[in-house]
Design a binder for this molecule. Structure first.
Ligand SMILES: [Zn+2]
Length: 382
């Protein structure tokens, strides 16, 4: 199968994170089977999603992990010019959900599997689920990999970087805060506790917290923006203009630069809730309160410009340039597990998550060349 056929096949599986990815995983397993490559699955608790890993070449230490995620973000409400899960080629671009982020990388690696017959050190494929909802699949994949294969020396995460070397990314902590208030007629504000008004106060606190992070020095140069961000993305609450609201919830995230601990910000928020807000709420109605839970988190990738993985990718690319990215990825999780990890993959993050997401054929070709150089390198060639 050509790489473009493989991209089309992978995109055709509607692996939006809320759906099962098992049909796609089965396809990859059968495909690899066809070349005599055995894969292992690590399923989630519900049994409807799986990570896949496979070793190509000798089962020896010193291999390289090629990491990609199999899920994609939703297309709901986006104005697409063509059917999102059918790859369409126009003017040197392949359009489709996941074409850029990041099924083309997976397709490139799979397309080149038949050329990996002379490896002296292994290539480990590591394809995860639920990356787009907070890198939730990777931890069990990384554990299984480390338990079952000889220790790899480097991990390349193929997120879209236009084939540039990325040596640092931010972390993410995604949270949900629920406020329980006490209902009353809106003319009697002293008798109720408004969950909506309380949420507004909490969000203003977070906004102030976010502004203060911008003042922190020294900055972490190379990130855009070069400070930790706090952002509220969704808020829901209340029932009518004349009812003091019983319930309101909002979801928010902290995207921290390496070394800036998200727990510190969360602790400041919790202290504000416990000391400044809840006592006044409970003085009116004891059942009221504020609950905050973390529903997804992934660590930042610490900047290690001369790590084993960074040096390998510099050699393969033939240049020394390094970049940092503000989005979260799985590289920080591999690094946390003690592996040297970087990001380098085809396509531009500017096209990811967009309607009419695309990858250029030129980027697909650049990705193919990069993996071919890796194969040559691990086969003892140049
Ligand atoms: Zn991605």
């Amino acid at each position: 199968m050509t790489v473009c056929e493989l991209i089309a096949r992978l995109v055709a599986f509607e692996t939006v994170s809320r759906n099962s990815n098992l049909a796609l995983i089965d396809f990859i397993r059968d495909y690899l089977d066809g070349f005599g490559i055995r894969s292992s699955l690590v399923t989630n608790e519900a049994g409807n999603k799986a990570n896949l890993y496979a070793t190509i070449g000798p089962l020896a230490p010193g291999g390289v992990v090629l990491s990609g995620h199999t899920d994609v973000v939703p297309v709901d409400g986006q104005p697409w010019s063509s059917e999102p899960f059918t790859v369409v080629e126009r003017e040197g671009r392949l359009y489709g959900r996941g074409a850029c982020d990041m099924k083309s990388f997976c397709a490139i690696v799979l397309a080149l599997a038949p050329e990996m017959g002379k490896l002296q050190k292994p290539i480990h494929l590591a394809f995860s689920y639920d990356e787009e909802i907070g890198c939730q699949g990777a931890p069990s994949l990384i554990r299984a990999l480390l338990e079952n294969v000889p220790r790899p020396t480097a991990v390349i995460v193929g997120e879209p970087t236009k084939m540039q070397l990325v040596t640092a990314h931010k972390g993410i902590t995604a949270l949900k805060t629920s406020v329980i208030g006490h209902e009353a007629h809106s003319s009697q504000t002293h008798r109720g506790v408004s969950a909506v008004m309380t949420s507004a106060r909490l969000i203003t606190f977070l906004d102030d917290l976010a502004r203060r992070r911008q003042e922190v020095r020294p900055r972490n140069p190379g990130f855009e923006p070069d400070f930790t961000t706090v952002h509220v993305g969704v808020i829901r609450g209340g029932t009518a203009v004349n009812i003091i609201s019983r319930h309101c919830e909002f979801v928010w995230d902290i995207r921290n630069i390496p070394g800036d601990e998200p727990q510190d910000l969360l602790a400041q928020f919790q202290t504000f809730c416990r000391q400044k807000v809840e006592p006044a709420m409970r003085a009116i109605a004891p059942e009221t309160g504020i609950q905050t839970e973390i529903f997804a988190s992934a660590p930042a990738l610490r900047h290690e410009p001369d790590s084993v993985a960074a040096r390998l990718v510099k050699t393969l690319l033939g240049n020394e340039a390094i970049y940092k990215v503000p989005y979260a990825a799985e590289a920080g999780q591999f690094q946390e597990a003690g592996l040297s990890a970087v990001i380098c993959g085809p396509g531009s993050i500017d096209q990811a998550h967009q309607p009419d997401e695309y990858i250029t054929l030129q980027q697909v070709e650049a990705g193919m060349q990069f993996i071919r150089r890796l194969i040559a390198y691990l086969s003892g060639g140049s």
